[in-house]
Design a protein around this ligand. Structure first.
Ligand code: MG
Length: 325
C-alpha cells in the first residue's frame, strides 16, 4: 500500500496506520494509553536528547533508518553516563512511501529498542507531499547518577580509547549510494552494554563521545576545545578494517572525518586505561577497541603518522557526505 496524504489527516486512516504499523510493532503499556502525553516514572537526574534521521538510502547493509534512529539517540544519552529509558518517535512521511517499508522500519526500531533496553512511549506521524521518503525524529530520556562525565572533563595524561574500527557506516552508505559492491557493513549499534560495564566497574572515565557525523577528527577536536587540552594520536593504533582503508584510499576520503554509528571515544585516567580497554574489548561491539593516544598540554588534535610525521587534524569543514544519518 502506498501512503497518501489521507494517512496524515488525523482521521481514520491515520489511526489505522498508527495502530497497525507503529503500535503493532513497538506498542507497550505506556504508548497504548494513547493520551496526549505519556507519563513516566522518574527518580533521578534526567538526561534529555533529540536527533533527526534523514539517511539515504533508508535500508543499507548493516542497518536501516529505524535502527539508526534508536541507536543515535540511545548512544547520545549513554555518552553522559545516563541509563537510557524512554524514547519518542516522530515520523515525517512523504506521500508515495510504501507501507511495507514503514512496517520494516518500525519492526527494526522495536528490535533495536529491545536490545537497548528502552521503550517508545510517544509518537507522531505526519504525511507531506513528496517522493516517498521517510524521516524520523527520536527524543530520549535517561537517568544519570553521576553528572561528572563530560566533554569538558579530559585531563592532561588521560588516555584516549576508541571502541572499534572507524569509517564503516560512512563507507556502507557511500557504497550503497554509488552502487559499489563490497562487504562493508554499517557499524550502527547501541552501546549500552559497553558503557554499563565501564560504569558498573567504576572505571575512571572522564569523558565519552560517540563518533558520528564529522568523524573521529571532529569529535576529538570538540573534546580538546571543551577541556582545554591537546590530543595526540598514533596513526598506527587507530583501528580500521582493511576493506574500509582500501575504500577510503580509492575514493580519496579522509578516514579521520568519516562517520560511524556504533563507536565511541572514551577518555580515561592513565592508571585505569588498560583495565577500561579490557572492559570495552569484552563488551558487545568492542572487540577491536584500542588506546589510540592521549591528552596533553596545548590545543587541537595532532596525528603522529605512520611515517614519523606529525600533522594537525582539522574539524570537518564543509558538507562532507550529506544524509549519512
Ligand atoms: Mg553524539
Amino acid at each position: 500500500m502506498k501512503i497518501t496524504l489521507a494517512h496524515g489527516s488525523g482521521g481514520k486512516q491515520t489511526s489505522d496506520l498508527i495502530n497497525e504499523i507503529f503500535a503493532g510493532s513497538y506498542g507497550n503499556e505506556i504508548l497504548s494509553e494513547m493520551e496526549d502525553s505519556a507519563v513516566v516514572r522518574a527518580c533521578a537526574n534526567i538526561a534529555v536528547t533529540t536527533d533527526s534521521f534523514v539517511v539515504k538510502p533508508m535500508f543499507f547493509r548493516g542497518g536501516d533508518i529505524g535502527r539508526l534512529a534508536v541507536c543515535g539517540t540511545v548512544n547520545d544519552l549513554l555518552m553522559r553516563g545516563a541509563e537510557p529509558k524512554y524514547l519518542t518517535s516522530a515520523f515525517i512521511i512523504e506521500e508515495g512511501a510504501d507501507s511495507e517499508d514503514l512496517k520494516k522500519i518500525a519492526r527494526s526500531m522495536a528490535e533495536t529498542a529491545a536490545e537497548a533496553g528502552v521503550i517508545i512511549v510517544a509518537g507522531d506521524t505526519k504525511v507531506i507531499e513528496g517522493k516517498g521518503e521517510i524521516y524520523i525524529n527520536t527524543s530520549g530520556i535517561g537517568f544519570v547518577k553521576d553528572k561528572s562525565i563530560s566533554s569538558s572533563a579530559c585531563k592532561k595524561g588521560d588516555k584516549i580509547i576508541l571502541s572499534g574500527n572507524i569509517g564503516d557506516h560512512h563507507s556502507a552508505i557511500l557504497s550503497a549510494r554509488m552502487n559499489i559492491e563490497n562487504n562493508i557493513k554499517s557499524d550502527c549499534a547501541p552501546l549500552n552494554a559497553m558503557v554499563r560495564r565501564l560504569l558498573d566497574e567504576n572505571a575512571s572515565v572522564h569523558a565519552m563521545r560517540d563518533v558520528t557525523r564529522g568523524g573521529l577528527g571532529t569529535i576529538l577536536n570538540e573534546l580538546a576545545d571543551a577541556s582545554g587540552v591537546s590530543i595526540h594520536l598514533n596513526e598506527n593504533d587507530i583501528p580500521v578494517s582493511s576493506e574500509v582503508r582500501a575504500f577510503a584510499d580509492i575514493l580519496g576520503l579522509e578516514l579521520m572525518n568519516m562517520g560511524n554509528e556504533g563507536k565511541m571515544v572514551c577518555v580515561v585516567a592513565p592508571d585505569d586505561a588498560e583495565r577500561a580497554l579490557s572492559l570495552i574489548k569484552a563488551s558487545p561491539y568492542g572487540e577491536n577497541a584500542q588506546i589510540i593516544g592521549e591528552a596533553a598540554e596545548g590545543s587541537g588534535v595532532l596525528l603522529h603518522t605512520s611515517i614519523g610525521g606529525v600533522r594537525r587534524v582539522p574539524v570537518l569543514v564543509g558538507e562532507g557526505l550529506p544524509r549519512i544519518c
